[in-house]
Design a protein around this ligand. Structure first.
Ligand code: SF4
Length: 192
């Protein structure tokens, strides 16, 4: 049977009107807001409004990705502090790596690192990135990121919270001589 769209649309609009707004009210500021605001101020001071991050999932279960996604929500206002995720390693200052490095991702990870301009940082995220985590080293996994790339900072946790990720970025930036010298992925990780 052929029906015109008008009655259906009318029915839908009536239902929407009857149902009303179902979203939750905006959360009231709590103590953590101050903490985030303080962190935000520090981010702006330390990074001078320009830090670009390239994220690579090297074999994660995606738990860490959910927390990274949460980090980009308006609560943390990353872009307001000059931090942003970028699609190309050529525009990135920081390589943020999640997961144990699966064998199939070793070369892609190295190429991504080599494509980044110097100086650059590498942050290994999660227990998997820090030490191999529950996957460890096996036929399909090379384990921790540090066995493939020169790592400047690890943020453990399974998964680490957005706050821990921010603290890791700040800590990395405040470490003396933390900016990696000019180097390629193989210079520090391949045994001679
Ligand atoms: S650290 Fe935990 S959440 Fe992150 S990739 Fe490993 S198992 Fe998943």
């Amino acid at each position: 049977m052929v029906t015109t769209g008008e009655p259906i649309m009318l029915d839908l609009l009536t239902r929407i009107r009857r149902t009303g707004l179902l979203t939750e009210a905006t959360a009231k500021p709590d103590l953590r807001d101050d903490e985030v605001r303080h962190m935000h101020d520090r981010l702006q001071r330390v990074f001078g409004r320009a830090l670009r991050i390239r994220h690579v999932d090297a074999g994660s279960c995606n738990g860490c990705e959910l927390e990274i996604q949460a980090l980009t929500n308006p609560y943390y206002n990353l872009e307001g502090a000059g931090l942003a995720f970028v699609a190309s390693p050529r525009h990135a200052d920081v390589l943020l790596v999640t997961g144990p490095v699966s064998v199939n991702m070793v070369e892609a990870l190295r190429r991504t690192y080599d494509a980044m301009p110097n100086p650059k940082w590498v942050m290994a995220v999660g227990d998997c990135g820090a030490c191999g985590g529950v996957f460890g080293i096996n036929y399909a996994s090379r384990g921790r990121v540090a066995d493939v790339l020169p790592v400047d900072m690890t943020v453990p946790g399974c998964p680490p919270t957005p706050r821990a990720l921010l603290q890791g970025l700040l800590l990395m930036a405040s470490m003396p001589h933390s900016r990696s010298p000019f180097r390629t992925s193989r210079e520090r990780t391949d045994p001679k």
